[in-house]
Design a protein. Structure first.
Length: 185
């Protein structure tokens, strides 16, 4: 299906209007989007590929659990008494440790993905400050529309929020630098 990037970018723009434009514009964009889908089968899938499947994370106790599940009932202690009894009966420390390690792996993966969003924001965003002829100071953040659609179409919600926050922090840094300069520092 490999469509030209220009066509995919146009489809993404029409799709964005169809999903979030004003009512009249949204209806018109939906009609155009439907025509584009009919003329170019699979364009939506190429423009917005599905994210890779999320893995449950590394489970260091998987082989141990498999061995324990295969243990026959005759091998279990008589009377169901294990450990010290009461609260400790049925408590599986291995499961708890596996859950903690799974959580740590998932958290590390999320932190890494947020780092990717920050790095991408830094690479595609141009922040510029200037004094206008009207003696007004202006700061702007410029992002190529293709890059903006890439963020919207491929990053998850947490990554999009981190991307936006990082762009805002870049603008904030420019404003703080101007204020420091204006204060004579």
């Amino acid at each position: 299906m490999n469509y030209e990037q220009r066509l995919i970018d146009r489809y993404k723009g029409v799709h964005a209007l169809a999903e979030g434009g004003v009512p009249g514009e949204r209806d018109n964009a939906r009609n155009i989007r439907d025509k584009m889908r009919a003329q170019h089968p699979g364009i939506h899938e190429e423009a917005y590929p599905p994210p890779p499947p999320q893995s449950a994370g590394f489970d260091p106790f998987a082989s141990w659990r498999t061995a324990q599940e295969q243990e026959s009932p005759e091998e279990a202690p008589q009377g169901g008494a294990r450990g010290r009894g009461g609260f400790w009966d049925g408590l599986r420390w291995q499961d708890m440790a596996g859950d903690v390690l799974g959580w740590a792996a998932k958290t590390a993966q999320e932190m890494s993905s947020l780092g990717t969003a920050r790095a991408y924001a830094e690479s595609v965003t141009e922040v510029q400050a200037k004094v206008l002829p009207s003696q007004k100071w202006q700061v702007s953040a410029r992002i190529n529309l293709r890059d903006l659609y890439a963020v919207g179409g491929t990053m998850n919600e947490a990554q999009r929020v981190e991307f936006a926050r990082y762009v805002a922090s870049m603008v904030e840094a420019e404003v703080l630098a101007a204020l420091t300069e204006a204060a004579g520092g």
